[in-house]
Design a protein around this ligand. Structure first.
Ligand code: SAM
Length: 271
């Protein structure tokens, strides 16, 4: 990744946290992680949610954040140094498919917007995760699963979503079993028990704070900003009219703008 791309990726992660933090916090609460446990955050990025995981553990709890990108870990280190739970977190460079840890190292593991959001067969990844989690420990895949963010324009939103960016990392021709919403099957195939799925919702209600407007603007761009060649010119025109902050019809200017998005949590227990 070029340093410009990296900066814009990191910026998007920071902005998206204004949207994600409340919902991820609720999800983490629901996971009931044992207070003094040691857990693994797979694909921790810049550590935004590693901090939230560490916050629910007690002073003897530990979270190891793993990411394959050195630049992400560098940013995570600087962010963590300002966090009150810095002592409970360590960071490791490594790949989810080939974890640099001995067998049965962790009480639990979770992946937030990583496993399932990357175009890699998730079953071998989950098998590798089983190796490093102790029997009885839980593994969680937490993943952005849907959104309704263009109120009043359902057809435009559906058409924009019917693009490669809208369905990524799923691609036309991929086996249906590879779609995120089939993640319960991944857990079953990898050999987990007690497999569960639950969906959480985040409402975006008026009045919109400046940081929410910035995060939603970035989200519009992240989801659909690169699909001009895939959609009809009039759709692209409507997308720009509604989703660009410099447009007089910018949708976030509607006083009653309401949107929501969901995160789905898939989990299983190591036998
Ligand atoms: C969308 S970010 C999510 C980061 C973080 N979990 C969060 O919620 O803010 C996905 C992260 O997964 C990392 N990643 C992708 N594939 C990976 C792999 N095979 N092994 C380790 N990390 C990976 C990327 O480098 C990136 O930092």
């Amino acid at each position: 990744m070029s340093s410009k791309d990296l900066q814009s990726y990191v910026n998007s992660l920071l902005l998206s946290q204004y949207l994600r933090k409340p919902i991820i916090k609720s999800i983490i609460q629901s996971m009931q992680l044992p207070t003094s446990s040691t857990g693994l955050d797979l694909g921790c990025g810049i550590g935004l949610n590693t901090i939230l995981l560490a916050e629910v553990l007690g002073p003897c709890g530990q979270v190891i954040g793993l990411d394959r990108e050195e630049e992400m870990l560098l940013k995570a280190r600087s962010l963590l140094s300002k966090s009150e739970v810095n002592e409970r977190i360590s960071l490791e460079k490594g790949d989810v498919g080939n974890l640099p840890f001995p067998d049965k190292s962790f009480d639990w593991a979770c992946s937030i917007d990583c496993v399932g959001a990357i175009a890699v067969d998730p079953v071998p990844l989950l098998k590798e995760v089983i190796r490093v989690v102790k029997p009885g420990g839980q593994v969680f895949i937490i993943i952005w699963s849907s959104q309704s963010i263009l109120p009043g324009f359902p057809l435009l939103e559906a058409r924009l979503n019917a693009s490669s960016a809208g369905i990524a990392p799923f691609a036309i021709g991929m086996a249906p079993e590879m779609h995120t919403m089939r993640a319960l099957g991944w857990f079953k195939q990898a050999g987990f028990t007690d497999n569960r799925a639950q969906t959480f919702i985040r409402d975006i209600c008026p009045p919109l704070k400046a940081e929410i407007i910035a995060a939603m603007t970035d989200l519009f761009n992240m989801r659909w900003g690169s699909i001009e060649k895939e959609v009809a010119p009039e759709l692209w025109h409507d997308y720009q009219r509604l989703c660009r902050p410099d447009s007089p019809d910018f949708i976030l200017k509607i006083p009653d703008y309401y949107a929501f998005f969901t995160y789905s949590v898939f989990s299983g227990r190591v036998q």
